[in-house]
Design a protein around this ligand. Structure first.
Ligand code: CA
Length: 221
């Protein structure tokens, strides 16, 4: 999963990004309203599975940014990340369209479990276990079973599969899949993506992942 982190504090931002990486989540980190808007204009926002949003930003108010996103119809789950623990702020955040609210400093495991909860809700899944045909994907344990048999996947193979499994049957663009597995601040590695797709097909069955030439891949329903 690829996330957008909006946080101006250098230490906190680095901590959160490290915590996310430790949970196998990649993220893009910006430190203000303007760069966050630039990254979420138009269809660009679709590549983020979730946004972690600080409220006090140097060039504007995080709540106003959130209100703007919701007015634009942006459906990505948003977790408000803030040191402000006043009840009014919390209510205002949820009213503005936040999906959850986490107080800083944040424990890595709690943050990961909140992210899983909001992305699951957004994907229409009620549990952390996704069943797609003979596949069972446990997003909390990073386990995959095919016809009840555990399949050993590398973290990146799991990342690609989880990205496809969020919307079974829908084509996911190559750049989005590559983003989900590429290390931060490195160019997208499309060669590695094809390698992981080939491995997934070998382990899960050749027809499990379909290619839409020049566009991307989809998980067979
Ligand atoms: Ca701040």
């Amino acid at each position: 999963m690829h996330l957008l982190l909006v946080e101006d504090d250098l230490d906190l931002g680095a901590d959160v990004q490290r915590a996310l990486a430790g949970c196998g989540l990649t993220s893009e980190w910006v430190r203000g309203v303007a760069p966050a808007r630039a990254l979420t204009d138009g269809d660009d926002a679709a590549r983020f599975a979730c946004v972690l949003l600080d409220l006090g930003l140097p060039d504007g108010d995080g709540l106003k940014l959130l209100t703007h996103w919701r007015q634009q119809g942006l459906k990505v789950p948003v977790i408000v990340l803030t040191a402000r623990d006043a009840l009014e702020t919390r209510v205002a955040g949820l009213d503005a369209g936040a999906d959850d609210y986490v107080l800083k400093p944040v424990a890595a495991e709690e943050l990961a479990s909140r992210i899983r909860a909001v992305t699951r809700r957004a994907g229409g899944y009620a549990t952390a276990i996704w069943t797609i045909g003979p596949l069972r994907i446990d997003t909390a344990r990073h386990e995959v079973r095919l016809d009840d048999t555990l399949v050993a996947l590398s973290p990146k193979e799991f990342g690609v599969l989880a990205e496809l499994a969020r919307r079974p049957g829908e084509v996911v663009a190559k750049h989005r899949l590559a983003q989900a597995i590429s290390p931060l601040s490195e160019p997208l590695d499309f060669g590695a993506l094809e390698w992981h797709i080939a491995n997934l097909r070998r382990k899960l069955g050749e027809t499990r992942i379909l290619t839409t030439r020049g566009v991307g891949y989809s998980l067979a329903e």
